[in-house]
Design a protein. Structure first.
Length: 78
């Protein structure tokens, strides 16, 4: 039987999920911009905007997940 995962394994998994999500959100605007034949500056700007947007999305989802996990822990203790 498999036991619960350790905190270190959970943290490593969460980091991987955050990095993949950040990469997907960062890559999306430049890929969309490629359809419009952008200049290199415009492509870099799209990548920068995507990266900033990705950071906001990862931050928001991390905060949301932390609140969700916190509420589950509180209900288990009662």
């Amino acid at each position: 039987m498999v036991g619960p995962i350790s905190e270190a394994e959970r943290d490593a998994g969460n980091r991987k999920v955050k990095l993949v999500l950040l990469a997907i959100v960062t890559a999306s605007p430049p890929l969309i911009a490629l359809q419009l034949d952008p200049s290199p500056i415009q492509l870099l700007a799209a990548a920068g905007v995507g990266f900033c947007l990705g950071l906001v999305v990862v931050w928001y989802l991390s905060r949301l997940a932390g609140e969700f996990a916190g509420s589950q822990l509180r209900s288990r203790r009662r």
